[in-house]
Design a protein around this ligand. Structure first.
Ligand code: 9MR
Length: 445
């Protein structure tokens, strides 16, 4: 008797096709000088439907001398991709890194003008050919400040990022405009919260931002964390798309790659995933063997895990789903009522619970609070948290607070008051001092 194992009819056999069946793309960074290498383009053309020039669209490549633009290698990649039905992510219009010498020595108004001109020229040149632009790259500082990185661009004024986005929108209104960064994958990290607050502010003030890129270079210093899905869904809840833009994983754990794919598939506004190179030998960190293909071009276990995850994923609902945190209430110990309960209790009557996750460092903290509706939908909620003396809230998101010290009441904002039965939403705050392990209470309203 013969046994046949058949894939579901809809299962794709390549990364790009399988991602497309889930309404997403699967991309890679591409180096122009490798396009003449057959082994490289064979994999590229077979597997991927999104391409990011690895270095060719950076400022030093596209404007090597001020006012003299150079597009040969970037056009080579764009033409290779688009002639084969692949789309292109543009990377990057404004960055402290890889500036040409003339820009490195600039400051102030002259630099601001030069930056805006660069954005206008390059985005106009590629107008209509770019799926999404990394308009600004890596503008936030590492560590616990949650603030901006110092650079000559930052020193032109804190509004340099929004000025960059406005110039990009004017030049190519059809491209999605992204802010892109690394070490912003872990929801509890101050840098993540800093970027989150900027995006929330941009959305509130109408700055034209459409997406946030999460580079997702995972390694021993910046490992994948299980709250990654919370990061993606929290940003998406601000009204932006999210994209995984430079994925590589030290050691290429198949399990971690699978989880990253599942996290993207679980968030409706996660548009797709780009890995930062094809073969391990193509990686900027080749010694970490972080990619999906061996240096000889063969598929690694991580490749199989990614393909399987893409094929098993289900189409998510159009609103961001709750992340998979188990319910915090214990199951009832009493026997169920003998009469059938109402199937749809009125809003709020099922109560709510709240849990808090704290990231504490010397002198400061970030607290993330998850509000979970009970057996009925919430129309609004209030969470009460008592802060120990010495702890002071300096900043918060996705809730309004009654105060900054002592007993604080946190109520929903307009877009997160409605929570379906058994569903969750999140808010958070940052502060100085030591917050300990608060025990929040939740009341439905
Ligand atoms: O992969 C890129 C490598 O070839 C360059 O030498 C390097 C120089 O800055 O940039 C690498 O790509 C970076 C990307 O542009 C932004 N995020 C971090 C990437 C890895 O350094």
């Amino acid at each position: 008797m013969a046994l046949f194992v058949t894939a579901p009819a809809s299962a794709g056999t390549t990364l790009g096709a399988s991602a497309a069946e889930k309404g997403r793309y699967f991309g890679t960074a591409v180096a122009a000088y490798k396009l003449s290498e057959n082994a490289y383009t064979t994999i590229l053309n077979r597997e991927f439907n999104m391409v990011t020039p690895e270095n060719e669209m950076k400022i030093d490549a596209t404007e090597p001398q001020q006012g003299r633009f150079s597009y040969a290698s970037s056009e080579q990649i764009v033409n290779h991709a688009r002639s084969r039905g692949m789309q292109v992510r543009g990377h990057t219009l404004a960055w402290h890194g890889q500036q040409p010498g003339w820009m490195q020595s600039m400051e102030g108004t002259a630099l601001r003008t030069a930056m805006l001109n660069h954005i206008t020229q390059v985005a106009t040149h590629f107008k209509g050919q770019i799926y999404s632009w990394d308009v600004v790259n890596e503008a936030f500082a590492d560590g616990n400040s949650g603030g901006r990185r110092d650079s000559n661009l930052q020193r032109t004024g804190n509004d340099w990022i929004e000025a960059a986005f406005r110039a990009a929108r004017a030049a190519d209104p059809g491209a999605k405009l992204c802010y892109n960064d690394y070490n912003t994958d872990n929801w509890t990290w101050a840098k993540t919260q800093g970027v989150y607050n900027m995006v929330r502010d941009f959305k509130a003030r109408g700055v034209p931002i459409d997406c946030v890129g999460f580079q997702s270079h995972f390694n021993n210093d910046s490992p994948y964390a299980s709250n990654y899905r919370t990061t993606l869904s929290s940003f998406a809840a601000l009204g932006v798309d999210v994209q995984i833009t430079e994925l590589d994983i030290q050691g290429a754990s198949a399990d971690t790659y699978r989880r990253v794919v599942e996290d993207c598939l679980a968030v409706a506004r996660c548009n797709g995933i780009t890995v930062w190179g094809i073969r391990d030998s193509d990686s900027w960190r080749a010694s970490q063997t972080p990619l999906l293909f061996n240096s000889n071009g063969s598929k690694k276990p991580a490749y199989d895990a990614v393909l399987a995850a893409l094929n098993n994923g289900t189409t998510p609902p159009t609103t961001a789903p709750p992340t998979s945190v188990p319910p915090t209430t214990a199951p009832p110990t009493t026997a169920p009522p003998t009469t059938a309960p109402p199937t749809t209790p009125p809003p709020g009557q099922g109560g709510c619970t709240a849990t808090v996750t704290v990231n504490q460092w010397t002198g400061g903290f970030v607290a993330n609070v998850r509000v979970t509706a009970g057996s009925a939908a919430l129309n609004g909620w209030t969470v009460t948290i008592t802060l120990p003396s010495g702890a002071t809230v300096t900043n918060s998101w996705s809730a309004n607070s009654s105060g900054t010290t002592g007993t604080t009441n946190w109520t929903n904002v307009s877009y997160n008051g409605r929570v379906g039965a058994g569903q969750s939403t999140e808010f958070g705050f940052q502060g100085t001092g030591t917050v300990g392990s608060p025990s929040p209470t939740c009341a439905a309203s």
